[in-house]
Design a protein around this ligand. Structure first.
Ligand SMILES: [Zn+2]
Length: 503
């Protein structure tokens, strides 16, 4: 797909098949472009708006067909509601763009998009492109295709019609991000009989090759030999080997800042011996969404050549049960030398991440670490499917991560790391237990467990993406299933950190 920017002079000059016009609630009839379109429809648009004075709420949409007599190229004009101007932030804008991609461009090869000036398209062109291109994503990878669907018309070009100066590199960035997001969504959606740890290794290799990145792959045997016994304990019940993937992008040399991103890559989580209830267990194929997002972000960061070093470290394994599986009560030792009492084998994400966190600190001494993990159901209870839980330190770095999310329409909400939560993880036999005995504060104790493996002075943020990595139902702006959450945040964070030269 191509993206382009043009000045909108006259409607008659449009060369695209579909024109999408974003309109603010109750303001459409005053828009001069809408009025130009009205002339093409012989007054149908204005008549519609006169009858529907409140038209323009978010996701409101209406289509007007244009006769070949009135315009040589343009077949349809679609009005899409933007809501109220004061409520149009990046989060809403990205959703509206997703809505346009999902709904307004069917059976079309070329689309022109016009948004009014208040939509501040120049600042957020990348997110509009990302939104449209991710909205178009169809998750039906495993439906047997009939002849009809093979011939489906697809959008080949999007043209922004605007008076503002939109930089083409912003739009290219939007396309790169969408491409990485959609690739990540595909692997997260695909089932665990296909997406094994080994498949994820090959996925990581492809992403690394795209970005010309250095990649190291440690086998389960090597992980054990290196002393990462906490990580390895999770893989014991599975027939599939565990892999630990480390990717490096060196964009800043030895003097520049280094960001480490660590992603949870459980390709299927049965819970292990502490087995989950069977209801909704099929979703547990998505427990590698953190790793998929990290690989996606690496590809984009490398292609955009940011002046920062980024290390990506992802453990990839299944969490299954067998005669060899780790049992509740087992004690395991990690790379840090610390011992963990595994009270619940379903709290395995923190186990694989703990050794990955130790590994990146020992080997790369990063200035910043962000880990992404579908870690706790408790974060979904706390925030619904609306925001990611962010926990970390120091506050300045937490703010920087949350801000990168805000810039790209990925919401986060900070939860605390009070010392009292550490008390809940006391073990009578080991240094720490992997779960608290009570029911409360599941997200906080999860993060507190990880903090145990993060040096005191290390800048670190844990993102619990369990609420946002997956859409349980079809939404107007995104298909059901994997969302690719985290990629745009990581890309913008890496860019921000490269610019400031440190916090
Ligand atoms: Zn689990």
């Amino acid at each position: 797909m191509k993206v382009d920017v043009k000045k909108l002079n006259k409607i008659s000059e449009i060369r695209e098949e579909v024109l999408v016009l974003g309109v603010f609630q109750g303001q459409a009839s005053r828009d001069k472009v809408v009025n130009q379109v009205d002339d093409l429809t012989g007054g149908v648009v204005v008549r519609f708006l006169a009858k529907n004075k409140k038209f323009g709420k978010i996701f409101d949409t209406v289509t007007f067909h244009i006769s070949p007599k009135d315009h040589k190229k343009l077949e349809r004009v679609v009005l899409v509601g933007l809501g109220k101007p004061e409520k149009l932030d990046v989060y809403v804008l990205r959703q509206i763009a997703g809505f346009i991609g999902k709904n307004a461009v069917k059976e079309t090869t070329s689309m022109a998009l016009y948004l009014p000036q208040q939509a501040k398209i120049a600042d957020n062109a990348d997110m509009v492109v990302t939104g449209v291109a991710t909205g178009m994503f169809d998750p039906g990878h495993h439906k047997s295709k009939n002849e009809e669907s093979k011939e489906k018309v697809k959008v080949e070009s999007i043209t922004f019609l605007t008076e503002e100066i939109v930089k083409s590199d912003q739009m290219q960035k939007g396309l790169l991000m969408a491409d990485a997001i959609n690739k990540a969504r595909e692997v997260v959606n695909k089932p665990a009989n296909i997406i094994t740890p080994e498949y994820m290794v090959n996925f990581a290799k492809k992403m690394a090759a795209e970005g010309k990145l250095k990649i190291e792959i440690f086998s389960e045997k090597q992980v054990n030999e290196m002393g990462m016994g906490i990580m390895a304990s999770v893989a014991r019940g599975s027939e599939e080997d565990l892999y630990f993937v480390v990717m490096r992008y060196l964009g800043a040399g030895s003097q520049g800042p280094t960001l480490a991103i660590v992603g949870k890559g459980i390709t299927f989580d049965s819970g292990g011996i502490s087995i989950k209830p069977s209801e909704s267990m099929e979703w547990m194929k998505m427990d590698m969404a953190g790793a998929a997002a990290c690989f996606g972000a690496m590809e984009v960061i490398a292609k955009l050549k940011f002046k920062i070093n980024v290390i990506c470290a992802c453990p990839l394994t299944e969490n299954l049960l067998s005669g060899k599986a780790t049992k509740p009560g087992d004690v395991v030792t990690g790379l840090s030398g610390k011992t963990v009492e595994v009270i619940n084998t379903d709290a395995e994400g923190r186990l694989v991440l703990s050794d990955a966190l130790t590994y990146v600190q020992k080997n790369f001494k990063p200035d910043y670490i962000v880990d992404l993990a579908t870690l706790t159901g408790a974060s979904v209870v706390a925030l619904g499917n609306v925001a990611t839980a962010a926990l970390g330190r120091p506050q300045k770095f937490v703010d920087a991560v949350i801000q990168a999310g805000e810039q790209t329409g990925e919401r986060m909400w900070q939860l605390p790391l009070y010392d009292e939560y550490r008390d809940l993880l006391k073990s009578y036999i080991a240094d720490i237990a992997n779960i608290s005995p009570g029911r409360g504060a599941g997200t906080e104790t999860g993060a507190k467990f990880l903090e145990e493996f993060v040096d005191k002075k290390q800048k670190w943020v844990h993102l619990d993406i369990a609420p946002t990595a997956w859409e349980e139902g079809d939404k107007p702006y995104i298909s059901k299933g994997a969302t690719g959450y985290g990629i745009t945040t990581l890309v913008d964070l890496a860019f921000n950190l490269s610019k400031k030269g440190g916090l």
